[in-house]
Design a protein around this ligand. Structure first.
Ligand code: FMN
Length: 153
């Protein structure tokens, strides 16, 4: 089974988890990159506003066609209790056979984000994983990542 981990990460937490998943599953990965500068305090503010307004953004060109994979594992940080703008855009612009979702967050918002992602994909995820930023920073999330990965293969 061919899997792809596709993720966006503004400050590295979601990227860390994405790298762990692609290592466990020995699968391809694609970092979704935004053309919009989202760094610093102004970037934080813009991102919160974009997410609240369910805006789309202009992404850099993707290298891997998600439609050619059996399962695409989509990772996002939670922004304003919802999916991040770059991942909203990525899902809106692509087609998927099967999907699994993971997110990282300060504390809450995963339920709404996963529901929104399923709606945008037009399908339910085969597995879903929510992690707190603090547990990823303390490396207390690895067992959950292993179990999530097991549910995908
Ligand atoms: C604009 C913005 C809005 C956020 N909103 C939420 C939120 O609603 N709930 C939450 O738990 N964390 C929220 N966070 C925190 C991030 O989800 C969290 O720090 C995440 O792990 C960051 O992932 P990254 O390092 O991959 O960018 C927000 C962060 C940003 C930048």
């Amino acid at each position: 089974m061919r899997c792809l981990v596709a993720f966006y990460s503004r400050t590295g937490t979601t990227k860390k988890v994405a790298e762990e998943i692609s290592k466990i599953l020995k699968c391809d990965s694609e970092e979704i990159l935004d053309t919009k500068d989202r760094s610093g305090g102004i970037g934080y503010f813009k991102s919160g506003k974009d997410s609240t307004m369910k805006k789309l953004t202009e992404l850099r060109k993707i290298r891997k066609n998600p439609a050619s994979y059996d399962t695409v594992i989509i990772g996002t940080p939670i922004w304003a209790w919802n999916v991040s703008t770059p991942i909203r855009t990525y899902i809106s612009q692509n087609k998927f056979k099967n999907v699994a979702f993971f997110c990282t967050m300060g504390g809450s918002g995963s339920k709404i984000a996963f529901r929104e992602m399923a709606k945008l994909c037009g399908k339910k995820p085969i597995a879903a994983l929510e992690l707190k930023t603090s547990e990823v920073a303390d490396n207390k999330h690895l067992q959950k990542v292993r179990e999530f990965s097991k549910n995908i293969v």
